[in-house]
Design a protein around this ligand. Structure first.
Ligand SMILES: Cc1cc2nc3c(=O)[nH]c(=O)nc-3n(C[C@H](O)[C@H](O)[C@H](O)COP(=O)(O)OP(=O)(O)OC[C@H]3O[C@@H](n4cnc5c(N)ncnc54)[C@H](O)[C@@H]3O)c2cc1C
Length: 303
């Protein structure tokens, strides 16, 4: 029974009817029926098995930096993996649990004078979310440094997937197709000079701060880059930069971002996204596909 989940896992923090707006980087989104914070692989595995047995839908979330959760929230069990956050380094590799901050993982690589991870120094996701998305920036992406990932399959088996099996593409990995849960990932890097690595990370972060509205809540780039175009430029040229929709606004600093300027709802975000897609399709005949993942239920009142 759903009511029993917190009783069944007394050692795991499980919140009921918890607003996900407290966790998402857009500061929007409805409640999770149950929000669990597993701290290790065994807890994650047991929660998944329990949910399967009770026929509860399961959703996995990392740092919620690439997510819009609809205002109706998420039914069933949401597992947020941010308490699974150990990071270790051996030789030329760094291994991080799924909920570890990607930014901290790049800092551990730097502290071991390992190069190759600098591109991710400012990506505010978790390691699991970064593998799921094949996150990338400044010419680098996860596919170039990932050696393998340990996953929990929907059938409850733990498997190690190689880089090849992860089937990385532009903002794509096999995790999206097979609905595995990433438990940890190992990255293989190159020995370098710690000071030079830090300088490169600082430079990329300064470039990021100059271009992106980091002072306001957002989900990063809302849309994938359409072939042959720059999203921000299309949006700017269509006169949509600065457009406000409820409490959401097309960022005046970077037109590819939508910022929460005044208690925006997920519905504000989604309607603005839809409007941008319609205008760009009409004006440029380009379909802007969302990079941000949109999950959860519509609010019953806005159906
Ligand atoms: C200011 C800002 C700047 C950003 N800059 C960049 C950038 O430069 N490059 C870039 O690529 N992205 C960028 N992003 C987007 C985001 O940080 C990345 O996509 C990141 O990889 C998402 O990780 P997350 O843990 O936040 O994932 P979440 O948002 O929590 O989840 C994203 C998806 O991954 C799934 N997921 C998360 N964890 C797991 C797991 N352990 N197992 C299975 N599935 C999982 C979720 O179900 C969801 O579908 C930016 C976002 C912000 C807010």
């Amino acid at each position: 029974m759903m009511e029993d989940i917190a009783t069944a896992f007394p050692a795991v923090k499980i919140l009921r009817n918890e607003p996900l707006a407290h966790y998402t980087h857009t500061k929007t989104g409805g409640p999770a029926d149950y929000l669990a914070f597993p701290t290790n692989v065994q807890e994650t595995k047991s929660l998944l098995a329990y949910a399967k047995q009770e026929k509860l839908p399961v959703t996995v979330v990392g740092n919620a930096s690439n997510l819009i959760v609809r205002d109706g929230g998420i039914r069933g069990l949401v597992m947020i993996l941010t308490e699974m956050k150990k990071i270790t380094s051996t030789g030329q590799t760094v291994t991080a649990e799924a909920g570890a901050s990607l930014i901290k993982t790049t800092q551990v690589a730097q502290s071991h004078a390992l190069s190759g991870f600098e591109f991710a120094a400012g990506i505010p996701g978790s390691v699991g979310g970064a593998v799921f998305m094949n996150a990338g920036a400044y010419g680098g992406e996860i596919s170039e440094v990932a050696l393998s990932a340990e996953v929990l399959t929907p059938a409850g088996e733990i498997r190690t997937l190689t880089n090849e099996e992860l089937d990385f593409g532009y903002r794509h990995s096999s995790i999206q197709d097979y609905h595995d849960i990433v438990l940890s990932a190992t990255f293989t890097l190159t020995p370098g000079d710690g000071v030079a690595i830090q300088a490169k990370m600082d430079d990329l972060n300064a470039r990021r701060a100059a271009k992106q509205p980091l002072d306001l809540p957002s989900c990063g780039s809302v849309f994938k880059r359409p072939e042959g175009h720059y999203t921000g430029q299309l949006i700017q040229e269509a006169g949509l930069q600065g457009l406000k929709w409820g409490g959401a606004q097309v960022s005046t600093k970077h037109a590819g971002f939508i910022v929460n300027i005044d208690h925006a709802t997920a519905t504000d975000y989604l309607e603005l996204i839809h409007h941008i897609q319609e205008v760009i399709l009409k004006e440029d005949n380009v379909h802007l596909e969302t990079e941000v993942r949109i999950i959860g239920e519509k609010p019953t009142t806005a159906n």
